[in-house]
Design a protein around this ligand. Structure first.
Ligand code: GUN
Ligand code: ZN
Length: 468
């Protein structure tokens, strides 16, 4: 059996830091032995090194931290093209930027190109698993699953259900959208490390009938995930109240449809009341908190204290492209800042837990990922505390692993991700120059646009050729 070995400081969790102080597990000079995509053994380098065969090489990351790969529990792969597009709140952002960008995904070539670029971004940022929304087009999810499978990634994804309040070119046929979801689930759920999520985009984009059909599917197929948006902005909550006047709350719309259960992941969950939080916790659903998105779109601030007190399952999401970054380090940093602004102090341990083991547990992947335990799948991120001069200076004085983690979260980005292992395979993309981001599809589009532009110049009034 071909094996590899990684040496470095091993850091993972044996429990939830909100329940106990001593759940951070560290081996300062550790070794991970990896075989056939799994962690075969973990321990002190000094003790395990003797188990290595003569031709087994050790990748030496001494000085770096080896953690379970990050898990992003809410992101949109078609939205990298509109990341960093300002708007006057969520609903304006959707109509001005997002829906026009998603309309391009009718073209399978656009889907394939975006899927490759998106998964490269995940790996560049140390994210090894994610819950991903496609567009309304089945081919968007088909392309993403195809690419993820080729890379051996653990991924949850679903096509958006949206049969109203959106541009006609993005509108589902009510029943057909759900049938397409069934077909995609049949093709992909449980294939390799892939899983399907029934994905009503949000209550405002679905008729009551479509939500009901989605809920029936969720009841009939408990192994499938559910993902959506919930109570993100005040204007959206008001709109949902108008669209569903009989519901007690926004959460109640999903609950009444049968879409609130374990394996359901709701992004944002900002504008909930006490009854919603209790019901959410009782249903064992998961809140994917997306703080960079909430700050960027001015949606509001998730109340960590109340959610934790209610016993809600919490994880973190980048919500790209409403979110500002595909980096889970940036997401943890923003979560810390948002909580701090509400008078709640979140420790680095708590935040990294939510980005690793906590997310794995929320998704039902307890022993598979989010941990460096032997037997787990070898999804590992290598973080370099000296990746930038400022980090090197700050972390040289770090007196504990917690303080190292904290500094990496506040000061770090994809530069600190030295390597990302997906099922034991090094996966951080190399030499991604800006030009390589310009895909064949985009270059073709650029050429077409420039042809049209030049054509217009040639037929400009007066017939003259404009000088550059
Ligand atoms: N609500 C409905 N669709 C979206 C989306 O694409 N992004 C965010 N942040 N919220 C949504
Ligand atoms: Zn989202």
């Amino acid at each position: 059996m071909a094996r590899s070995a990684l040496r470095g400081r091993l850091v993972d969790f044996v429990g939830d830091p909100s329940h106990s102080d001593s759940v951070l597990r560290v081996i300062d000079d550790g070794l991970l032995l990896i075989g056939e995509g799994r962690i075969v053994a973990r321990g002190e380098y000094g003790k395990l090194a003797s188990a290595l065969g003569p031709d087994e090489e050790v990748a030496d990351y001494t000085g770096c931290l080896l953690l379970p790969g990050f898990i992003d529990t809410h992101t949109h792969f078609p939205q990298l093209d509109v990341i960093a597009s300002p708007a006057d709140g969520l609903l304006d952002w959707l109509t001005q930027h997002t829906y026009p960008a998603e309309a391009r995904f009718a073209d399978p070539a656009v889907c394939e190109d975006a899927a490759r670029f998106f998964l490269d971004e995940l790996s560049a940022n140390g994210t090894t698993s994610a819950c991903v929304l496609g567009t309304v087009h089945a081919q968007s999810v088909e392309a993403l699953f195809t690419e993820a499978q080729a890379r051996g990634m653990r991924l949850v994804a679903g096509k958006c259900l949206m049969d109203r309040n959106c541009p006609p070119e993005l509108r589902d046929e009510t029943d057909a959208g759900v049938y397409q979801s069934v077909e995609l689930a049949d093709r992909w759920h449980g294939k390799g490390r892939l899983a399907y999520a029934i994905t009503p985009r949000f209550a405002a984009s679905c008729t009551e009938r479509q939500l009901k059909l989605a809920g029936e599917l969720a009841r009939a197929r408990p192994e499938l995930y559910v993902q959506s948006h919930l109570a993100e902005s005040e204007a959206e909550v008001k709109w949902v109240r108008e669209l569903f006047p009989r519901a007690r709350s926004y959460l109640d719309v999903y609950d009444a449809a049968g879409l609130l259960r374990s394996r359901s992941v709701y992004a944002h969950c900002i504008w909930l009341d006490g009854a919603d939080r209790r019901r959410f916790a009782q249903a064992r659903a998961t809140a994917a908190v997306c703080p960079t998105s909430n700050l960027f779109l001015g949606s509001g601030a998730f109340d960590f204290r109340q959610a934790m007190q209610a016993g809600m399952s919490i994880a973190l999401g980048t919500d790209v492209g409403g979110g500002e970054s595909p980096s889970m380090l940036a997401t943890m940093r923003a979560a810390h800042d948002v909580a701090r602004a509400r008078g709640t102090a979140l420790s680095a341990a708590q935040l990294y837990y939510w980005a690793t083991r906590g997310a794995a547990q929320a998704l039902g992947w307890d022993d598979q990922v989010g941990t460096l335990e032997s037997g787990a799948e070898a999804d590992v991120v290598v973080l370099d505390p000296a990746a930038t001069p400022l980090l090197a200076r700050r972390t040289a004085a770090a007196e504990s692993v917690e303080s190292l983690l904290f500094a990496l979260m506040v000061l770090g980005d994809d530069r600190v991700v030295r390597e990302t292992f997906v099922a034991g395979r090094p996966s951080k993309p190399r030499q991604r120059l800006a030009s390589s981001a310009t895909s064949a599809v985009d270059s073709a589009r650029t050429r077409e646009l420039s042809r049209r532009f030049m054509g217009r110049l040639r037929t400009a009034p007066g017939g003259g050729v404009l000088k550059p």
